[in-house]
Each structure stands twice: as structure tokens, then as C-alpha cells.
Write a protein that binds this ligand. Structure first.
Ligand code: NAD
Ligand code: DAU
Length: 354
């Protein structure tokens, strides 16, 4: 345990999928902690994700992480910033990289500057995608020492933000840590992403769409396990260190899709193969030995299929949460397919930094 207090924390992007999971986790598991959520409420942010949490524990501030004046008012008096806010979808980044650059790079820069000015602890939530991809038959996995080789506009901006955090720690002494996590799943994930897209397509009578040959591998972890890992790193991680987060959950896309189809009582071949994502990373695989050995972290959701069942049940029960977002996301995918190019896909850009 280090000297930093974590009684009063800012969580950026706390109305998104993983950020809101972390806020609910902290409220449930750590009663002494107050959370200020800073979220711009882009198309991916939904205040419903943190609705019902006690008002004396969680405050929502709607704003942009690039807004220096807002950060100058907000950051003093807080002990730590846990930074989740980002443009997070690879397909959208291929259509409009500028927004990703501004939020993911400039936004992280402004937060680091605020953390430096006010001597606040900083935890940066990043992705395994900064390490590029592995061949299907490569016996190795990503470790903290793997070289940075990002493939997409999204992952290149996350890689850039990681570099800023390392430099601000070394040059200015910002008390920072970084985590790079693998693919998350669970309730509240935006319907543009693979697992919720397929579940909600089946629920609305549409055929799931599988990119390329469907053999790409992702390393799945339940969002609650990501949250518990971030908490351990925030409170007990060594300052200046990077920790990989993963739960040994490698599965091919086609296997995951067939598992969803089977659970939803559809034929195993009831999907369409569609054209591939440009630059599509083949395989991610995370070795989380450092996190497990140094901090004693273990995932609680070891059974992927159990997690998948509860996730399917959640989407079945929460059509009111996802239906409008589904229509908007599918309209973007359809426009791209009609144009024959994924480059026509873009998210509404209300998340753009001013
Ligand atoms: P998400 O898209 O569901 O949520 C992003 C949140 O950030 C939204 O609430 C949005 O409103 C907010 N936001 C966007 N731009 C903002 C800005 N300029 N100012 C303030 N708020 C802004 O994303 P997610 O999937 O929950 O991912 C959260 C973080 O975790 C990201 O940094 C992502 O890179 C990282 N990550 C995601 C995964 C995954 O599998 N989804 C895995 C590893 C790491
Ligand atoms: O690895 C961590 C990353 O995981 C995070 O940094 C990103 O924020 C998060 O979005 C996720 O990135 P991916 O690109 O891996 O996730 P996505 O859900 O977009 O796609 C998962 C896999 O499924 C990928 O191989 C592409 C494929 N896919 C996706 C969609 C939406 C399909 O085959 N069909 C689809 O309809």
C-alpha cells in the first residue's frame, strides 16, 4: 500500500461501459470512497449506467476532459484521477481518426497536466491493442515488455496516450500507473461492440455479422474483473509501473458467436460472413503474471460461458436501454456496407473536443 489517499476520486468516462462498471464496483466494495464522474456523454456515455447510486457517494459532472478551465475547477480537492474516458471503437476510428486523437491524446495530456499541477495520483486505463497483434500459432502472449506496435487509429492514439503518461511520470514526477487490459464483456457494453451487437441482432431478428474468416482471436475478461484489477493497481500498484490485465480468455470470434447462437436457440450457422475490417488485428493474448504475482489479483468470473449467459440475460431484460442505440449503430454499419467501404462509418461526433 502506498501513501496516496483514494477517498475522493475522479473517474473520467464513468458513464461508459467499463468506467460505469468501475464506479458501481467502488460504491459496492469500498464504502469510504466518493466518486466524481467526469463524462462528456458522447453517443457512448449514458447516465443510466450509474443511475440509482447514492447521491452522497457519486456525483456526475458533465464535461470534456479537454476543458482546461473545468479541470482547474474540478481536480483540486481530489486524491486521484482514474482515466477511462476515450473514443473506444476501432471501426469508428477508421472513419474519423481526428476525434480519437483529440479525446484520447489531447484529453490525456490535459488530465496529466492537471494531475501535475495539483499533485494528484493518476491511473491510466489503456488497452492490450497497443502491442499490435500475434499470429494464431504464436506460442507467446503480450507482456509488459512487449514492443508497442499499434495497428489502428484507435490503438495508435491509446499508445500515444500511454507514452505521455510514462513521460509525465519520469519528467514531472506525476504519480502514475498504467493498465493495459484485454477485451471486456458484460452488461452495459455499447451495442456497436461484438458481443452485444450479436446478442441484440438476434433479439431483433437480424443475422449476426462476422468479419473476415471469423478466426480472429480476442482474450475475453468480464468487466467486473477489470474493475477489481484497476482498484488493486490504483491502491497497491507501484508508481511508474505498467500492469497487463487479462483472464486467460482467448477465443476465436466464430467460437464466441456460435456459443451465443446456441444459447439463444438459433442454428450454429445462422450468421453472415462480411468483408473484413481494414488492418484487422489477428489475435490478442495477455500474460497477466505480473499483476497476479505482485498484487495477488485473481479474476472472479473464471467461467466465460456463465458470464456470457448472464450478459445475454441482461440484454434480454434491458431492451429499453439499448434499442435506440442499436438502431443508430446499425444505421452506421448499413451505410458502410451499402457504400462497400467501412470508411463511410462514423459515429455521431458530439464527443468532439471543443
Ligand atoms: P465506452 O466507449 O463505452 O465509454 C467511453 C466513455 O468516455 C463514454 O461515457 C463517453 O461519454 C466518455 N467520453 C468520451 N470522450 C470524452 C471526453 N472528451 N470527455 C469526457 N468524457 C468522454 O468505452 P469503454 O469500452 O468503456 O472503454 C473505457 C476505457 O477502457 C477506454 O479508455 C478504452 O480504451 C479502455 N479499454 C477498453 C476495453 C474494452 O474491451 N472495451 C479494453 C481495454 C481497455
Ligand atoms: O483488446 C481491447 C480492445 O477491445 C479495446 O481497447 C477496445 O476499446 C474494444 O472495442 C475492443 O476492440 P476490438 O476491436 O477487439 O472489439 P470489437 O468488439 O469491435 O470486435 C471484437 C472482434 O469481433 C474483432 O475481431 C472484430 C470482430 N467483429 C466485430 C463486430 C462489431 C465481428 O466479427 N463482427 C462485428 O459485427
Amino acid at each position: 500500500m502506498h501513501d496516496f489517499s483514494t477517498h475522493n476520486i475522479i473517474v473520467t468516462g464513468g458513464c461508459g461501459f467499463i468506467g460505469s462498471n468501475f464506479v458501481r464496483y467502488v460504491v459496492r466494495e469500498h464504502p469510504g470512497v466518493h466518486v466524481t464522474v467526469l463524462d462528456k456523454l458522447t453517443y457512448a456515455g449514458n447516465p443510466e449506467n450509474i443511475a440509482g447510486l447514492p447521491e452522497d457517494r457519486v456525483e456526475l459532472v458533465v464535461g470534456d476532459i479537454c476543458d482546461v478551465a473545468l479541470l482547474e475547477r474540478l481536480v483540486p480537492g481530489h486524491d486521484a484521477i482514474v482515466h477511462y474516458a476515450a473514443e473506444s471503437h476501432n471501426d469508428n476510428s477508421i472513419a474519423d481518426a481526428e476525434l480519437f486523437f483529440r479525446t484520447n491524446v489531447e484529453g490525456t495530456f490535459q488530465l496529466l497536466e492537471a494531475a501535475r499541477r495539483h499533485a494528484v495520483r493518476f491511473h491510466h486505463v489503456s488497452t492490450d491493442e497497443v502491442y499490435g497483434d500475434l499470429a494464431l500459432d504464436d506460442p507467446t502472449r503480450f507482456t509488459e515488455e512487449a514492443p508497442y506496435r499499434p495497428s489502428s487509429p484507435y490503438s495508435s492514439t491509446k499508445a500515444a496516450s500511454d507514452m505521455l503518461v510514462r513521460a509525465w511520470h519520469r519528467t514531472y514526477g506525476v504519480a502514475a500507473t498504467i493498465s493495459n487490459c484485454s477485451n471486456n464483456y458484460g452488461p452495459y457494453q455499447h451495442v456497436e461492440k461484438f458481443i452485444p451487437r450479436q446478442i441484440t441482432s438476434i433479439l431483433t431478428g437480424a443475422r449476426p455479422k462476422l468479419y473476415g474468416d471469423g478466426r480472429n482471436v480476442r482474450d475475453w475478461i468480464h468487466a467486473e474483473d477489470h474493475s477489481s484489477a484497476v482498484w488493486e493497481i490504483l491502491t497497491r500498484g507501484r508508481i511508474g509501473e505498467t500492469y497487463l490485465i487479462g483472464a486467460d480468455g482467448e477465443r476465436s470470434n466464430i467460437d464466441v458467436l456460435r456459443a451465443i447462437l446456441e444459447r439463444m436457440e438459433r442454428d450454429a450457422d445462422d450468421f453472415d460472413l462480411v468483408h473484413d475490417r481494414p488492418g484487422h488485428d489477428r489475435r490478442y493474448a495477455v500474460d497477466a503474471t505480473k499483476l497476479r504475482h505482485e498484487l495477488g489479483w485473481e479474476p472472479a468470473h473464471a467461467d466465460f460461458f456463465e458470464g456470457l449467459d448472464t450478459t445475454i440475460a441482461w440484454y434480454r431484460a434491458h431492451e429499453d436501454w439499448w434499442l435506440l442505440a442499436k438502431e443508430a449503430a446499425e444505421a452506421r454499419y448499413t451505410a458502410a456496407e451499402l457504400g462497400g467501404s467501412r470508411n463511410q462509418m462514423r459515429a455521431p461526433d458530439e464527443g468532439r473536443c471543443e
